[in-house]
Every structure is written in C-alpha cells, then in structure tokens.
Design a protein around this ligand. Structure first.
Ligand code: GLY
Length: 363
C-alpha cells in the first residue's frame, strides 16, 4: 500500500508530495534520513510519540526537541525554545525541521520554520488521524496567545508530508475519535470540495463504519486519501482562505468558541467540532437551509460513529462573544459556514445576533 498525492498551489508556484503507506516505522526513518541527507535537522517530536517510537526513529538526541502533549504547549515559550535551538545548532535556510506528532507539533514546528530566517525547510510527519486528514496539509502554521487560538501564524507549505498509517495503531481511542470528527466534516462539504469527481465520502463512511472504527488500515488508507483529495482541491483553489477554503471551517466557529471557553481542557478539537457540527445542522434546519431528510441522514451518520447523544450546557452569551472575536470574523458580524443542501455548505451571516443567542441558549 503506497499512495502518492501531489499538492500544487498555482498561487505561489508551490508543489509538494504526500506519501501514504503502512511500511514499518523503521522505513520511514530511512526515508527521512535519505530525504534530509547532507542537511542539518531539528526533529520536533510529540512526547507520546517519542516514548513509543524513539527506538524505531533513533535520531541523535542533539537533533531532537520533545514537546509535551496538549494545545497549551502551542505557545510562545516553546516557539522560542525551538528558535533558540535552531540558532544554537547554526541551522541555515537549507536545513530542515521535521515535525513528528499531531496538529500541535505540526503547527508549532511549522510556525518556527516559517519565521526562522524568513523560512527554512519543513517536513510534516503527522501521527494522529486528525493531523493526517487536515492540519499537516495546506500550510496553516500557528501558535496560541492568551487563549486566542492560532492568533500568531502564517501560511507556509511543507516540503513534503509522510503519512505512516502504523501510528494510528497506537493512537489512543479519544484522539482517534477526535480525528473522525474532522473526517465526518468532509462528508458534509464534499460537493464544495470535488470538482468533477464522484462524491463518495458520505457513502464510504456509511458503508464501512465498522472497518473504520476498527482501524482497518486498508480502509483508513482509502479514507485519508479521499479526505486529502478534497483538501488539496480546496487549498489549490484558495490557499489563503479568501473564499472556498472557508468551507473547511464547518462546525469550527462554534467549536473553537467551545474550546476557548473551556480552556482547551474539556474537549479535544474533534469533540468540539462535532458539537459545532450538530449545532450548525440544527440551525440550518431551523432556517430551512436544509430539509429534514438530509438533516436526519447527517445525524444518522454522526450517530453511526458514536456521536449521537451529545447535549451541551451552552453559555450562549459567552459563546457568541467568542464567536464575535473569532479571528476570521468581521467587526460586529458573525458569519458561519452553514449546511445549505445535501453535502454542500454556504457562508451565511447571522443577521439577528440576539435571536441566534436565544436559540443557542435553548439547545
Ligand atoms: N483546518 C482548516 C484549514 O486547513 O483550512
């Protein structure tokens, strides 16, 4: 099982490859050594992944920076530690940072790579489902500041992405389910994401739930490939999120507000997104953007993956305040990506914020 996907972004003439396979992790190590031959390396490693795989990925200690797990690690302090290591190791633009871990590691290492000497090479090795289907591809890099998520960041594409499916075997159940939350989002935006290809993710997820929940690597390779094909289409058309890329934010505006409100401690990213998805579907139904048949099909799919009975105690006042502060928001306005038909979404402005707040408080 070896898959190669190409990301090409005409806007900045950038092109890079995504390698997907389930070869032993030792062969990933060989690939990385070969790829970075004659260059200095700094490996930013997730602590958990390092504990599990340092024997299979035996980079010399002086090349390794270990990052504890958790969104709160994506901070200025760790960013500066990485930059100081780059300086100490006299790394130059031709050298390379390798991020091995989930989205936190990739975002932080990518931000350090994008700013050090105005940009040094950067390789993504995502080890969680969420980072495999989303954050490792498309060039979003960032750190958080004072509870403002991803507030310092830039678009900076990696040199390449290595997805080794074996990492999914040791991913904890909660993080695996978190990744599936992001996967399900793609099913609801697939008409926006495919050009002429047949739309198939919704069916694929419906038919193969037990294989996917059971982490069958054959099915996961197919699943990740579909999600990334969608993401590549979107990023190719709109790298800087001025239009189409916004569709990837389905469920995220409410989800991010929930994460922020709970200090990134209560929910994983995917858990917050699933809550955001459920709420935005309800809102779309209430406003007749979608019919009840599609609403039911979407809820059934979420339920199939164990996301059925989620009820939230919503502090609507605080959620709406945070939504107004969202970095993608215009002053005083809330614009949301909303389901507007089967597997298709549209950006809508909430014209009556008070009404939306009242509605949220009733959920
Ligand atoms: N995670 C959403 C995006 O890459 O735009």
């Amino acid at each position: 099982m070896d898959r190669l996907l190409a990301v090409n972004i005409p806007e900045n003439d950038k092109c890079y490859d995504i390698y997907i396979n389930n070869s032993p992790v030792e062969s990933l190590y060989k690939d990385l050594l070969l790829r970075t031959k004659n260059r200095k390396r700094l490996i930013v490693f997730s602590k958990k992944v390092y504990e599990l795989y340092s024997k299979n990925l035996p980079f010399p200690k002086n090349e390794v920076f270990i990052l504890k797990d958790g969104e709160e690690q994506k901070n200025l302090k760790n960013y500066l530690k990485i930059v100081n290591l780059l300086i100490k190791n006299k790394m130059t633009r031709k050298d390379v940072i390798i991020a091995i871990g989930g989205g936190v590691v990739g975002d932080l290492a990518g931000f350090a790579a994008s700013t050090y000497m105005r940009g040094i090479n950067f390789i993504q090795v995502p080890t969680t489902l969420l980072s495999m289907v989303d954050s490792s591809v498309g060039g979003k890099t960032a750190i958080d500041m004072n509870f403002a998520k991803n507030i310092l960041g830039c678009f900076y594409q990696p040199e390449c992405v290595y997805i080794n499916l074996n990492f999914l075997k040791t991913l904890c159940e909660r993080q695996y389910m978190s990744g599936l939350g992001e996967v399900l989002k793609y099913a609801f935006i697939e008409s926006n994401c495919c050009n002429n290809e047949p739309k198939s993710l919704f069916e694929f997820l419906s038919i193969n739930s037990s294989r996917i929940l059971g982490r069958d690597l054959y099915f996961l390779e197919k699943l990740i490939t579909i999600c990334l094909t969608y993401k590549i289409n979107v990023v190719r058309a709109d790298e800087k999120e001025s239009g189409l890329r916004k569709v990837l934010n389905l469920g995220h505006t409410i989800g991010h507000a929930l994460e922020t409100l709970t200090g990134y401690k209560k929910y994983t990213h995917g858990e917050a997104i699933v809550r955001g998805l459920k709420l935005i579907f309800k809102w779309a139904l209430k406003n007749c953007y979608i019919d009840s048949v599609y609403y039911k099909a979407a809820m059934d799919l979420l339920e199939l993956y164990g996301f059925g009975s989620i009820n939230e105690n919503i502090n609507s006042e605080k959620i709406v305040t945070l939504m107004l502060l969202d970095k993608k928001a215009e002053t005083g306005k809330i614009k949301l990506i909303v389901p507007s038909g089967a597997r298709v979404v549209t950006e809508k402005e909430i014209t009556n914020i008070q009404e939306f707040k009242n509605w949220l408080s009733e959920q």
